[in-house]
Design a protein around this ligand. Structure first.
Ligand SMILES: [Zn+2]
Ligand SMILES: [Zn+2]
Length: 301
């Protein structure tokens, strides 16, 4: 039925398609978060293991996952800044998604370890020395609130930064839960409270890992990126002057910030100038968040 006759891309369209990712990457904040979080997880892990607190070990593994996430994200960002090559014609934008997937796997494994260990300790409680555990949890609160301040100072409007600050505040809340549980163990002598809190922490960690995994799988399967309204894309293309039918629409993410589209437009060549049509289509698509589009024009049968 459909004959694909002409593949036209106006030569002028490309220069404005080049998107620059404006990550002003605050290197000082980054270095401090890695340093503080590594130190914190090391301390929490040592005290958690030494004084029998699974809740603290869970908190430590979570913070370790954050360090892994920061480092993986940093490496991927370096990679995605490299220009496209003859072999990797899309560039390396998707390396951030590979990093997210690797981090999700790490987080899920860590949470599984904590949950399984928690169930075992519920059955056979381990003696917890609450004092040092409470101190380490308190340091966790301080470090995360401090990091939140560090990030919160610049770019309050940036969504990514907002998410980072929210994450740090959640982390502070997790440490607070560990602190409360340590104090409760101290005053009530109920030792299963600690593995119970540990399991809750493990579940919270598993939830973040699951969300991360789902997002990266959408990208791996060339899913439509969040924030793109497919119905709007279809109706916009179909309602362009001279267009009779739109088919073979594909939308996917080339990186976290660049969205690409290919589509076939069946148009009446008498009703519309091709260059004009492509120009209009690209402009309309850019307004819908798609800056990298490739369109194929086809004649009425
Ligand atoms: Zn076609
Ligand atoms: Zn965290």
């Amino acid at each position: 039925m459909q004959r694909c006759l002409a593949a036209l891309t106006p030569p002028l369209a490309h220069p404005h398609e080049i998107q620059h990712e404006h990550r002003d990457g605050n290197p000082a904040a980054f270095r401090w978060s890695v340093l503080l979080n590594s130190g914190l997880s090391g301390l929490q892990l040592a005290i958690g293991i030494g004084f029998g607190s699974l809740a603290l070990i869970g908190d430590a593994l979570h913070n370790l996952g954050d360090v892994a996430g920061l480092l993986l994200g940093w490496g991927a960002e370096q990679l995605s800044a490299r220009p496209a090559s003859k072999q990797f014609t899309y560039g390396f934008g998707r390396s951030t998604q590979l990093a997210a997937m690797a981090n999700a796997a790490l987080i899920l494994m860590a949470s599984a370890v904590v949950i399984v260990e928690g169930l075992q300790r519920l059955a056979k409680p381990v003696e917890v020395t609450a004092g040092p555990v409470a101190v380490a949890a308190f340091i966790g609160i301080l470090v995360n609130l401090g990091s939140a301040r560090l990030f919160g100072h610049n770019h309050g409007h940036d969504l990514n930064k907002k998410a980072a600050v929210f994450h740090l505040l959640t982390d502070a809340a997790v440490s607070a839960a560990v602190l409360v549980s340590a104090l409760l163990v101290q005053f009530t002598g109920i030792h299963w409270l600690d593995p119970f809190t540990g399991i809750l922490v493990g579940l919270a960690v598993a939830w973040t890992g699951w969300k991360l995994l789902r997002q990266s799988v959408v990208v791996a399967l060339d899913g439509v990126p969040p924030g793109i309204n497919m119905e709007a894309v279809e109706t916009t293309l179909a309602s362009l002057p001279g267009v009779v039918n739109v088919h073979h629409i594909h939308v996917w993410g080339m990186s976290t910030s660049q969205t690409a589209l290919t589509a076939h437009l069946l148009r009446n060549p008498q009703a519309v100038n091709d260059m004009e049509l492509i120009h209009q289509a690209k402009q309309a698509l850019a307004e819908l968040g798609i800056a990298h589009s490739t369109l194929q024009l086809e004649n009425l049968p």
